[in-house]
Design a protein around this ligand. Structure first.
Ligand code: PLP
Length: 344
């Protein structure tokens, strides 16, 4: 049997249209977009067309988008760039936030954990969807604080609404785009200053733009509505999988079951089992799954996203995450359930 991949939240394969756009740009449009000759001007034109197309899909102005290489970079540029103006006041942050977001907050005077919102709070950081549990989160209602959204896991899986935020980040490699392409969106007028200097991206992010990755991202965005529909259609398949797995015993629990979640994600606690060992056994049996966020895999450090929900360290070590690709088939999910039943 071919290997089966249930780790879409770590990375999803690029859409064929994105692969073709990247290939073509690498072969034909490799000029530097900052160059003023005709080749450079064509590269610049292609980047700006891609920016316009992506901005229209997100419902924002093209000039508000900054192309970055990863969402990790976008979060660092955003939070480090806000820190000089706002960092001496507290940030109110969702405790299950990705480390890409928590790390650049280290320079801030104080991080309060939501739902606590200090009176003098400068910014609220709330991911749209958890990479580990798939749980969906609204932006808390706040006055006079800048609202930041990590939309990485939501993009292409559920609708993303930017109406209640002031800045957001997106990543290409989770939604059918290539790696090397990500977005930082900021409303105009934020008290932000560039931390990576250079003339590119209107002086907001120095470094020659990765034109192939950007064009690959634009190609993936053209298929975003289709991807979101495919993901929505996974919900019954995911429910059937969870119903089967939880029927094996009371020590098996779906984290976040019953709450609004990404339709492709199941985060399951196999109480008393070693998650790493189960992960390795499934890998040997031909199934790629995750023990938590990809950044924690390979390390035995229990996931803070799970412990912040009130689970103990032992439970956090017993969790597996299954995240389906948009084209997951019922037979593949049944094969996964059968292997799990044998190994768990
Ligand atoms: N935010 C969330 C919620 C994520 O899941 C990830 C990646 O797993 C990131 C940020 C970082 O994205 P990137 O891989 O583009 O740096």
């Amino acid at each position: 049997m071919p290997r089966l991949y249930f780790d879409a939240n770590a990375t999803a394969p690029p859409h064929p249209a994105a692969v073709e756009a990247v290939r073509r740009a690498m072969a034909e449009d490799w000029a530097n977009p900052t160059s003023t000759h005709r080749e450079g001007q064509r590269a610049r034109y292609l980047i700006e067309e891609a920016r316009r197309e992506i901005a229209a899909s997100l419902g924002v102005a093209p000039g508000e988008l900054v192309f970055c290489a990863s969402a990790t970079e976008a979060l660092h540029l955003l939070l480090r760039g806000l820190q000089p103006a706002l960092g001496d006041r507290p940030a109110a942050v969702f405790p299950g936030e990705h480390s890409a977001c928590l790390n650049p907050l280290r320079d801030w005077a104080r991080v309060a954990w939501l739902p606590e919102v200090p009176a003098d709070c400068a910014t609220v950081v709330q991911m749209a969807a958890s990479n580990e549990t798939g749980l969906l989160y609204d932006m808390p209602p706040v006055l006079d604080a800048l609202r930041i959204r990590d939309a990485v896991q939501a993009w292409g899986k559920v609708a993303v609404d930017l109406a209640d935020c002031d800045a957001a980040v997106f990543s290409g490699h989770k939604m059918g785009g290539p790696r090397g392409a990500a977005l930082l969106w900021m409303r105009p007028g934020l008290p932000w200053e560039a931390v990576m200097e250079g003339p590119q991206e209107r002086r907001r992010r120095g470094g020659t733009e990765d034109l192939p990755a950007i064009l690959g991202l634009a190609a993936a965005v053209r298929h975003l509505a289709e991807r979101q529909a495919l993901n929505a259609a996974l919900a019954p398949l995911r429910e059937a999988f969870e119903a089967e797995v939880t029927a094996w015993g009371r020590d098996i629990e779906v984290i976040g079951r019953g709450a609004a979640r990404l339709p492709n994600t199941s985060c399951i606690l196999f109480r008393g089992r070693n998650g790493e060992a189960l992960h390795a056994a499934l890998d040997l049996a031909g199934f790629a799954v995750s023990t938590g966020s990809a950044c924690h895999s390979g390390s035995v450090k229990p996931s803070h996203a799970i412990t912040s929900l009130g689970y103990g360290l032992e439970d956090a070590r017993s969790v597996l995450r299954f995240s389906m690709l948009p084209d997951a088939q019922p037979g593949e999910v049944e094969a996964l359930a059968a292997a799990l039943k044998r190994l768990a």
